[in-house]
Design a protein around this ligand. Structure first.
Ligand SMILES: Cc1ncc(COP(=O)(O)O)c(C=O)c1O
Length: 375
């Protein structure tokens, strides 16, 4: 694998040392470095307000009962969300096989059973329709859909699914901060990893009801209660210095998104929107995959020859990972194994997508891509 790429796939866009300094000075002054310090609390409160403002569907009274907790990563947020949910073990949790390994790992590690299924061939996600069909034939206790590549998931239909079936819904929206709305009845996790659109280095968020957030937060601090652990907890707290990055990132996030949008618009102008996920015209994704039926491998080769880095995000799918060999797989209607994911494998390839791509980078990428698409 080469690492002398001329154009890299992902380049983090984090606050500079100068941006973070005023917040770090506050950490110095407080001499408070972990355990829910003032910057962590301020970061959580500000993020909660941002989510509530962006989600008009939240009726005022219910919004007040929706809260945000920070964690050391989205992986620990997912784990503690599932632990705090009180799902009876082992719950059979339906999740798409096309996702990052942390989605299924959070299910396994919390004593539940992942049940892998296919995704919709147009929006690349596990949809309420797919979950409904499967839950009519198989025992499913909860569903963990994924906001694939950072495109948002429509939550009203998932809330309806939850109401109609009584099956709990949890969302892994790791890469979708800035796009994904929240819902008072559906817990959602986001990642703050350096490579995500809202990066701080490492970190995760859980947006959920007050009760779930409080329980997950307590589990992240050894489940301490009056000096003893009331159950087996862990240490998954966000450090105060990372909240300093978070607060600095909040102020520059609109700029970050605007830069990413500009790059996206240039891609669309050069290659045409028909080559991207249908939501690309309305949302800036976390990672940008081009949809080129049958040409993913040829694109990967041609771009690599031009020293342009690509990534095959979420391929191979989780059912092919050694760690998940014992997980159940719900086959396609015709009995084939995950036919849509199999098809997407030959369609999708991750292009360089970050705020530092220049116009000439984009032209170079588009020229290689166009040649392959036309061949
Ligand atoms: C869908 C999905 N879930 C979970 C994670 C894990 O996030 P973190 O690195 O913050 O633990 C990722 C990270 O890429 C992801 O893409």
């Amino acid at each position: 694998m080469q690492d002398n790429w001329k154009i890299k796939c992902l380049v983090p866009d984090l606050p500079s040392a100068e941006d973070v300094l005023p917040y770090l000075k506050r950490v110095d002054q407080n001499r408070w470095y972990s355990n829910f310090g003032p910057l962590v609390r301020e970061f959580e409160h500000t993020m909660a307000s941002m989510f509530k403002e962006a989600s008009p569907a939240l009726a005022a009274t219910r919004a007040e009962r929706t809260n945000v907790a920070t964690f050391s990563s989205a992986t620990t947020a997912l784990e503690l969300m599932l632990r705090a949910s009180g799902l009876k073990k082992p719950a059979r949790i339906l999740t798409p096989a096309l996702t990052f390994s942390a989605t299924a790992a959070s299910i396994e590690i919390t004593g539940h059973t992942p049940v892998f299924c296919d995704v919709d061939s147009d929006n690349w996600c596990l949809t309420p329709e797919i979950a409904k069909r499967i839950s009519e034939k198989y025992q499913i206790d909860a569903v963990l859909p994924v906001a694939i590549y950072g495109y948002p998931i429509e939550l009203d239909t998932w809330a309806e699914f939850q109401r109609d079936t009584g099956i709990r819904v949890f969302i892994d929206a790791a890469a979708a901060l800035g796009n994904q709305l929240i819902h008072p009845d559906i817990p959602i996790c986001f990642s703050l990893h350096a490579t995500k659109p809202f990066g701080i280095g490492e970190g995760g968020l859980l947006v959920a009801s007050d009760q779930l957030v409080e329980r997950a937060r307590n589990l992240s601090n050894f489940a301490f209660c009056d000096g003893t652990s009331r159950e087996v907890g862990t240490n998954a707290k966000l450090a105060e210095v990372l909240a300093a990055y978070g607060l600095a990132q909040i102020t520059r996030f609109p700029e970050v998104q605007a830069r990413r949008k500009q790059v996206l618009d240039q891609y669309i102008a050069l290659l045409g929107e028909e080559h991207f996920h249908p939501l690309t015209k309305d949302y800036v994704p976390g990672t940008l995959l081009i949809d080129a039926p049958g040409k993913a491998a040829a694109l990967e080769r041609a771009l690599s020859d031009a020293r342009i880095q690509t990534r095959k995000w979420y391929f191979p799918p989780l059912n092919e990972h050694i760690a998940f060999q014992s997980a159940e797989i719900i086959r396609g209607d015709d009995g084939t194994l995950l036919p849509h994911i199999d098809d997407l494998k030959n369609r999708l390839i991750g292009l360089p997508f970050h705020a530092f791509l220049t116009e000439s980078d984009l032209q170079e990428i588009a020229s290689v891509v166009s040649k392959v698409l036309e061949s």
